[in-house]
Design a protein around this ligand. Structure first.
Ligand code: NDP
Ligand code: 2IT
Length: 450
C-alpha cells in the first residue's frame, strides 16, 4: 500500500471503529477486506467519489426480533434474533442462519459482510445476508427445536422470499431445522417456493447441498496445491469441527487419498495418526449427524482413535490445516505450532477461523493460505443451484451438481490466480477480497447513489 493509501486506510478504520463500537468481529472482517481493496480504490476515482467502501460497510438493514416459545416443562422462554440484510447489489440477500448461544449482532454483521464478497466470487446472482439467534439447540428436545423454529419463522417470513432474501443453514441449523423452518414458511405464506435452501431432497432440496461446503473446500485445496505442484494424495490433514462442513471435507479428503488425522467439537478432538478410513468416518457421521452425540464417545467405539479432552487439534503433526468450526478458533500460538510441525497449507472451511496474527504467521512462513470467502464458497454456490432448480421446477442429478460445484470452485481459484498475476505482491486473501469486491462495487456504481 502507498503511504497515501495507508493514511486513508487508517482514517477509514478509525471511523468504522467509532461507528461500530464493541463490534470486534465485524471490525476484524472489514479490516481484512479494506486492507486488500484500498490499493484498488486508490486507482479508481469513481469508487472513491461514490464512497463505495463506506456504503458497503453499512448493512442495507438489520431486522431484530423477539422469539418466544415454550419448553417441554411448559416454561416460557425468550430469545433474541436478527436478520442482517447486508447488500443486495448483485442479487437477493443470501446467507445462512446460525443458532448458537454466542450469536450477537457483531457476529451476524461480520458474517453478512463476508457473505457479500463470497457470493460475488461464485458469479451467481446472490447478495449478502446472515441471520440467527442466541438460541442454543444443544440439549433441547426435537419438539423444543421445532417450537423455536416455528416461532422464529412466524416473524421472519414477512422479510424473506425467493426474490427478496433466501436463508439457509449455518452453525446449529442443519437439515432438521431447515425442515421445521420451511414447513412453517409454506404454512404461513400458502406458497411452495424456494425461500430457503438446504431443504430435504423430498421437498425441493438439491443433491450435494449438504456435502457442498466440505467438498468445495477440498476442491479448492486441490487447486491451490496443484498451482504449487503438490499433490493432495498422502497429505495429513488436521480438520477441526465435526459438523456439516468438517465431516464432508473429511469424506472428500479420504476419497481423494489424503489422511484425515483429526476432527473436533467444542469439548475436545479425536486423533488418528494413520488417518480415518471410510468405515470409521461413516460411524462418526452417524454419531454426529443422526444421534447428535459427542466425539468423546468415539474412542470406545472405533479402534485406533485417541480422544483428547479440552483441546483444539492444532498441536498434532500435519501438512494441511482445515479449520471448520467457528471464527477465531486458530490463533497466533496455534499457527506457530502448526508451522513448527511442518505445515504446508491451510484452507478455511469455517468463516474467519484464523485470527489476524495467525494469518500473519502463515504469510511470513510461506504457508499456502486459502481464505474462507473462497474456500468455503461451495456451500452457498450449491444453494444458488438449489434456487435455480426451484425456480425452474427441476431437479438435477448428484453427478451433475457435483461436476458444477467442482468447476465453480476451479473458476474461483482461477479468479484468485488472475488477481495474483495482476499484482504479484498479493496472496489468496487479497485476491479473493479484490475479485469479490470489484463486481459488487461496479453494480453499486451503476445504480447511482443508493
Ligand atoms: P455445525 O453446527 O454443523 O458444526 C459446527 C461444529 O463446530 C461442531 O462440531 C461444533 O462443536 C464446532 N463448534 C461450533 N462452535 C464452536 C466453538 N465456539 N468452539 C469450538 N467448536 C465449535 O456447523 P457447520 O459445519 O455448518 O459450520 C461450521 C463453520 O462453517 C461455521 O464457521 C460456518 O459459518 C461455516 N460455514 C458453513 C457453511 C454451511 O454450508 N453449513 C457454509 C460456509 C461456511 P459442538 O457441537 O461441540 O458445538
Ligand atoms: O457461510 C455460508 O456460506 C453459509 N452458511 C451457507 C449460506 C447459504 O446460503 O447456503
Amino acid at each position: 500500500m502507498s503511504p497515501k493509501s495507508n493514511g486513508a486506510f487508517s482514517d477509514f478504520m478509525e471511523g468504522l471503529e467509532q461507528r461500530n463500537p464493541h463490534e470486534t468481529e465485524f471490525i476484524q472482517a472489514v479490516r481484512d477486506v479494506a486492507h486488500s481493496v484500498f490499493p484498488v480504490l486508490e486507482e479508481n476515482k469513481d469508487y472513491q467519489d461514490a464512497k463505495i467502501l463506506e456504503r458497503m460497510t453499512e448493512p442495507d438493514r438489520i431486522i431484530s426480533f423477539r422469539v418466544s416459545w415454550e419448553d417441554d416443562e411448559k416454561n416460557v422462554r425468550v430469545n433474541r434474533a436478527w436478520r442482517v440484510q447486508f447488500n443486495r447489489a448483485i442479487g437477493p440477500y443470501k446467507g445462512g442462519l446460525r443458532f448458537h448461544s454466542s450469536v450477537n449482532q457483531s457476529i451476524l454483521k461480520f458474517l453478512g459482510f463476508e457473505q457479500t464478497f463470497k457470493n460475488s466470487l461464485t458469479d451467481l446472482p446472490m447478495g449478502g445476508g446472515k441471520g440467527g439467534s442466541n438460541f442454543n439447540p444443544k440439549g433441547k428436545s426435537s419438539r423444543e427445536v421445532m417450537r423455536f423454529c416455528q416461532s422464529f419463522m412466524t416473524e421472519l417470513f414477512r422479510h424473506i422470499g425467493p426474490d427478496a432474501d433466501v436463508p439457509a443453514g449455518d452453525i446449529g441449523v442443519g437439515a432438521r431445522e431447515i425442515g421445521f423452518l420451511f414447513g412453517q414458511y409454506t404454512r404461513l405464506t400458502n406458497e411452495f417456493e424456494g425461500a430457503l435452501t438446504g431443504k430435504g431432497l423430498t421437498y425441493g432440496g438439491s443433491p450435494i447441498r449438504k456435502e457442498a461446503t466440505g467438498y468445495g473446500a477440498i476442491y479448492f485445496l486441490q487447486c491451490m496445491l496443484a498451482r504449487a505442484d503438490e499433490p493432495l494424495e498422502g497429505k495429513r490433514l488436521a480438520i477441526s469441527g465435526a459438523g456439516n462442513v468438517a465431516l464432508f471435507a473429511a469424506e472428500r479428503s479420504v476419497q481423494e487419498g489424503a489422511k484425515v488425522v483429526t476432527l473436533s467439537d467444542s469439548d475436545g478432538f479425536i486423533h488418528c495418526s494413520s488417518g480415518l478410513d471410510e468405515e470409521a468416518l461413516e460411524g462418526i457421521k452417524a454419531l454426529k449427524l443422526e444421534e447428535r452425540g459427542r466425539l468423546s464417545e468415539l474412542a470406545d467405539r472405533v479402534k485406533g482413535i485417541e480422544y483428547v479432552a479440552g483441546k483444539a487439534p492444532w498441536g498434532v503433526e500435519c501438512d494441511v490445516a482445515i479449520p471448520c468450526a467457528t471464527q477465531n478458533e486458530l490463533d497466533g500460538d496455534a499457527a506457530r505450532t502448526l508451522v513448527g510441525n511442518g505445515l504446508r497449507a491451510v484452507v478455511e472451511g469455517a468463516n474467519m477461523p484464523s485470527t489476524d496474527e495467525a494469518i500473519q504467521c502463515f504469510r511470513e512462513n510461506g504457508v499456502i493460505f486459502g481464505p474462507g470467502k473462497a474456500g468455503n464458497a461451495g456451500g452457498v454456490a450449491v444453494s444458488g443451484f438449489e434456487q435455480s432448480q426451484n425456480a425452474a421446477r427441476l431437479s438435477w442429478s448428484r453427478e451433475d451438481v457435483n461436476a458444477r460445484l467442482k468447476s465453480l470452485m476451479q473458476t474461483i481459484h482461477e479468479k484468485c490466480a488472475d488477481e495474483m498475476e495482476r499484482d504479484e505482491g498479493i496472496d489468496y486473501v487479497d485476491a479473493a477480497n479484490r475479485a469479490g469486491f470489484r463486481k459488487v462495487a461496479d453494480a453499486m456504481l451503476a445504480y447511482g447513489v443508493t
